[in-house]
Design a protein around this ligand. Structure first.
Ligand code: PTJ
Length: 256
């Protein structure tokens, strides 16, 4: 593929596309993942491709929750492995969270490739591969239902990104704290999660790392207060308002 010139006005966006297409060619991302990215890209365009205030609040609460959880797990799919492999591993180390591969379009070959990719970035262990995913999430029919006993099955907190709503809802029914990263504030995942970060995973993950580092010296009671103060529904409403304001600001395009 041709080099993307740094001077291109949409350089960052093109780099993200390239990462996904390369990972698709390597068998890490599925074609459906490229379509899902297109939806995300459109939403991100409306956000102005930047992290908005409500997302910062959600990132702070999510960091506090990860730091106070006993068995946090970071769920990894094809798109997140392609976009933020280094950050997934770094966040898992800072928060003592396990990494688990959990795919909608599940094949053993992809699980192994994603596991190997994370290990190449320094992960010591990657759960959910092959027979390790021996437990089942009740009430779920997709192949996402197969999870690791030591991982998502017994987790108190699960961080996931680019997810379909079904599994989020079932994880919540299992009593888990779900932290979702999803550019779509209207999705079932966004509404079902305890904390939803409406932001691009490529911006949200480095910020989560930064906030976890910053908050790690705080007393647990302070972290619990941050979590207690956060209300997902209110935060999503603030996000929708921010989107509405952005669209109004763009209304100079209106044809009268
Ligand atoms: O790798 P697999 O087999 O597990 O499959 C992964 C995909 C992404 C194909 C699967 O989870 C899927 O179909 O997801 P959905 O239902 O299309 O949901 C993806 C959600 O993520 C949508 O709400 C998108 O707006 C959002 N999204 C897309 N790109 C990003 C994003 N959110 C945050 N950051 C992004 N870069």
């Amino acid at each position: 593929m041709d080099e993307i010139p740094k001077s291109h006005p949409r350089y960052h966006s093109l780099i993200i596309r390239k990462k996904l297409v390369d990972a698709f060619r390597q068998g890490i991302v599925v074609p459906e993942g490229l379509i899902a990215h297109g939806r995300g890209e459109a939403l991100d365009y409306i956000l102005g491709e930047k992290t908005l205030e409500p997302a910062y609040n959600a990132i702070e609460a999510a960091s506090a929750l990860l730091l106070t959880s006993e068995n946090p797990v970071i769920s990894v799919n094809g798109n997140t492995a392609a976009l933020v492999p280094r950050e997934l591993v770094e966040l898992s180390k800072i928060t003592n969270a396990k990494l688990e591969v959990n795919l909608f379009h599940r094949t053993l070959e992809r699980e192994i490739k994603i596991g190997d990719l994370l290990k190449s970035y320094g992960a010591d262990e990657v759960l959910g591969i092959g027979s390790d995913a021996s437990e089942t999430i009740p009430g779920l029919e997709s192949k996402r239902r197969f999870v690791s006993r030591r991982g998502i099955y017994s987790a108190d907190t699960v961080l996931l990104a680019l997810e379909d709503g079904d599994r989020t809802e079932q994880l919540v029914k299992m009593g888990k704290n779900v932290i979702a990263i999803d550019l779509n504030p209207f999705s079932r995942t966004a509404r079902a999660a305890k904390i939803t970060i409406v932001d691009n995973v490529t911006r949200a993950m480095p910020l989560l790392i930064e906030y976890c580092k910053k908050l790690s010296s705080r007393h647990p009671s302070e972290l619990e207060e941050i979590i207690r103060r956060f209300d997902n529904e209110t935060n999503l409403k603030m996000m929708v308002k921010a989107i509405r304001d952005r669209l109004s600001a763009l209304s100079f395009l209106e044809v009268v």
